[in-house]
Ligand binder design. Structure first.
Ligand code: SF4
Ligand code: SF4
Length: 334
């Protein structure tokens, strides 16, 4: 059974909404349109998390290292919390890898969007980014940092997943996380070129052959999870959004004016998402933390209801063609 948390033990922070790449799927649709929290505001927030017994912090972006003060902010976290950093890797040189090791970063996660340079570079929009991301994995691993590779499964890389497992393993990564494509940010505008049907997705993650000791993580049946019960996230502008996959659908309050835990306790939608009540569930999913119905972000995206079934679960899909986005989402993307 899942525990009942009075406060969340871990949090995801999008430390910046800026980046040096131009990925076709970028959920952040990176731009400098709003004012991000400054160094002092982030440090105050980190102190708040420490004082409230948060034990784990997961940084993502944008690209965290594109923000000049990120390493300084990270250094203020590592003595107190388990830290994860998701990065595109292109700014991770030898010096930074050594520094990350010396400050005790917990785990690094590097996005590599295909097993071949032409696939990755087309998806990131920047020539040469594949080589830099691969180099980063090798550097981080040889610096002695636990390092994983992440890939967002889509039409352009679906045939390369086995090859990517071998590449990641060869670079020294410990795991490959295969992630779903979410209809957020730029991914909405690229959906027609990138999205796969549920059958194509299942086929791409079935019968993979990881080398001994190498782990492949995926969230399709029977691993579909509804992890909203424990989720907390803050975007680069200070909005409490529960999970970065909910970033376009909710705003539980801004931490500049309302403490994070007040947003956790007070907001009725946040409470409802954590309660985990859903219309239908898939009883055979065995890694779902005792909750059911799958991811709330994709359930809401495709059905417009928070308690709807998750169409990315093959048992709950109900004939929805995941290659076609609801018109409602396209209108919001402008
Ligand atoms: S690396 Fe990440 S933040 Fe940067 S453009 Fe790509 S998806 Fe967006
Ligand atoms: S179920 Fe989906 S929306 Fe909820 S926390 Fe997990 S990944 Fe995020």
């Amino acid at each position: 059974m899942r525990p009942h948390y009075v406060t969340p033990p871990h949090i995801t922070i999008s430390i910046t909404n800026t980046c040096n790449l131009q990925c076709q799927w970028c959920y952040g649709d990176c731009s400098g349109a709003r004012t991000e929290l400054n160094t002092k505001e982030w440090l105050q927030f980190i102190n708040y998390l420490i004082a409230n017994n948060f034990i784990q912090i997961y940084f993502e972006g944008g690209e965290p290292f594109f923000r000049a003060d990120f390493l300084y902010i990270l250094k203020n976290c590592t003595p107190h919390m388990m830290t994860f950093v998701r990065t595109n890797g292109t700014l991770v040189g030898d010096k930074l890898a050594a520094e990350l090791k010396s400050i005790g970063v917990g785990r690094m996660l590097v996005d590599i969007m295909g097993a071949r340079a032409e696939t990755h570079d087309e998806l990131t929009g920047v020539a040469g980014s594949f080589e830099k991301s691969c180099d980063a994995v090798a550097r981080l691993a040889s610096a002695g940092i636990k390092t994983d590779v992440l890939v967002i499964l889509n039409r352009k890389n679906a045939a390369e997943i086995q090859e990517l497992i071998e590449l990641a393993h060869g670079l020294g990564a410990l795991r490959l996380g295969i992630l779903r494509l979410y209809p957020l940010g730029r991914a909405k505008r690229s959906w027609g070129q990138l999205a796969l049907s549920i059958e194509e997705q299942q086929a791409a993650v079935t019968n993979l052959r990881p080398p001994n000791g190498f782990k492949v993580m995926q969230s399709w049946h029977p691993n579909d999870r509804n992890c909203c019960w424990q989720a907390a996230a803050v975007n680069a502008f200070g909005d409490s959004v529960g999970c970065m996959y909910l970033r376009e659908y909710v705003n539980f309050g801004n931490i500049r004016t309302k403490p994070l835990l007040d947003t956790w306790h007070d907001d009725p939608l946040y409470q409802a998402l954590r309660a985990g009540k859903v219309e239908k569930s898939c009883p055979s999913c065995h890694e779902n933390d005792g909750t059911h119905g799958g991811c709330r972000s994709t359930a809401f995206a495709f059905h417009g209801r928070w308690d709807a079934p998750d169409p990315f679960c093959s048992h709950l899909n109900e004939g929805i063609d995941l290659r076609v986005l609801p018109q409602r989402l396209l209108q919001k993307s402008g």
